[in-house]
Write a protein that binds this ligand. Structure first.
Ligand SMILES: Nc1nc2[nH]cnc2c(=O)[nH]1
Length: 449
């Protein structure tokens, strides 16, 4: 075996090439690795915030529509990723050329890193508060070391087992939390019919739906996980692992728990911090464990994807191939610095803008996968040989950047800002489909001519 082959054989993440058949995972293992993403305090807080702003019923309608939309879109995306074995970085080369793929990888790794920072901060906060004498800097260091250490085993090695064991702990823990809150504060009669002061607008469900479009980065997460699924398991994964049941668990179950807890536990304002401190007060050590189980599950995905996409980004830009251990440690250091620098409001702003690029990416990706035009003109060809991939693919880049620009402009006009994400998605899809009709062959397969 040559050194190169050995390297490839030990590269369990297949960051530079499609996952071969022997790198695919048994279906329950992949399901358990992926279902880590269904638990986050963030999902509870968003649902509770939507219920406060728009009324519980409207929030729940928006959430159910969100579950359906996410389930359907990710069913399509996961089938394609399993069929081709590609990840976001490799697929983006087809859509946008080398240059565009670098930008997509940068946006993806930065988004996963920012989420790792937010989710990790909540863990550090609750640990520091519970211990009474552990400083935030020490608690943050523990969270980062723990988070980075977990991903060294790779998705295929042990994250599936870790997250599989913790899934029932999370579900039962949340049910116990609701039970304890009812016992302590009483059942919140009327929580389902609650409306904001002054009544809710008839478009409240749409506001909720659009808010959830802000986390469409889950479509990118799906792409990078689904490629580890066997082709023979495609139906199971598209319908269950990445489909509606997963999002019912992620948005609906967490959402109902969040709305219920928010209507019982007295908090100052509503935030991840207020919810976790409320849980700590209600459940003591049990609350600390519940928050750590919930957050460390989703952070395995955040740290893992931040690391592999950072590795791939640095390789593309500098030509340096880092080992996963080095990339993971660097991500840990950056995450620690960001948490300690207290730059959360800037990170939130960055996430809002990155979210627009992510929605546009999904629009282009979905159109590419579903387009009859691409199928007919290029026979569904996926070119991965770098020698034949152009630096720029005008078709993908115009659709992606045009849609993102539309989204950013719309987002900054208060009267129509609610339409930012839907307009971005539609624009990306339509412009890419039209572009495919006039695209030159060499935009997809350069230097063949
Ligand atoms: N993928 C992902 N999406 C999120 N949305 C809010 N928090 C998170 C997170 O930690 N990961």
């Amino acid at each position: 075996m040559t050194a190169n082959n050995q390297n490839e054989a030990s590269d369990l993440d297949f960051s530079e090439r499609p996952v071969p058949a022997e790198g695919r995972m048994p279906r329950v293992n992949l399901m358990m690795a992926w279902w880590a993403v269904c638990s986050a305090i963030f999902y509870m807080v968003v649902a509770a915030a939507m219920a406060r702003s728009y009324g519980t019923a409207n929030a729940l309608i928006g959430i159910v529509l969100t579950v359906i939309a996410y389930g359907v879109i990710n069913g399509v995306i996961s089938r394609y990723s399993m069929k081709t074995g590609l990840n976001v970085a490799l697929f983006s080369k087809v859509l946008f050329g080398h240059f565009g793929a670098v930008v997509a990888t940068l946006i993806f790794f930065a988004t996963a890193l920012y989420y790792a920072v937010f989710e990790g901060y909540v863990m550090a906060l609750v640990l520091s508060e519970w211990s009474g004498n552990l400083s935030m800097s020490a608690a943050t260091a523990i969270v980062v070391i723990f988070g980075v250490a977990l991903i060294f085993g790779s998705v295929q090695h042990w994250l599936d087992k870790f997250n599989g064991v913790l899934l029932p702990v999370y579900v039962i823990g949340m049910l116990i939390a609701v039970g304890m809150a009812v016992a302590e504060f009483g059942y919140p009669a009327g929580w389902l019919s609650r409306v904001p002061e002054g009544g809710a607008s008839p478009w409240s469900w749409l506001h909720t739906f659009v808010y959830y479009m802000g986390v469409w980065v889950l479509m990118m997460f799906t792409f990078d996980y689904a490629r580890f699924g066997h082709k023979k398991d495609a139906n199971f994964h598209a319908r269950i692992t990445f489909g509606i049941p997963f999002y019912a668990m992620t948005f609906l179950f967490s959402g109902i728990v969040g709305i219920l807890l928010d209507s019982m536990i007295p908090t100052d304002g509503l935030s991840e911090a207020s919810i976790v401190l409320g849980l700590l007060e209600l459940m003591g050590l049990g609350g600390l464990l519940l928050v750590w189980v919930t957050q460390s599950r989703i952070n395995t995905a955040n740290f893992y994807l931040a690391t592999v996409n950072f590795e791939s980004f640095i390789h593309k830009v500098t030509g340096v191939k880092m080992s996963k251990i080095v990339a993971g440690c660097l991500i840990g250091v950056i995450a620690y610095v960001l948490m300690m620098a207290d730059v959360f409001s800037y990170i939130l702003q960055a996430l809002a803008y990155q979210g627009v690029f992510v929605v546009a990416w999904v629009g282009v990706a979905l159109c590419h996968v579903l387009s009859r035009t691409y199928q007919n003109r290029f026979n569904g060809h996926v070119e991965l040989d770098n020698a034949y991939i152009p630096a720029f693919n005008p078709c993908g880049l115009v659709a992606w950047c045009g849609a993102a620009l539309t989204g950013v402009v719309t987002m900054n006009i208060p009267d129509i800002s609610v339409f930012s994400a839907p307009a971005t998605f539609l624009c990306a899809y339509v412009v890419y489909e039209l572009g495919l009709r006039v695209a030159k062959d060499e935009w997809y397969v350069a230097s063949l001519k």
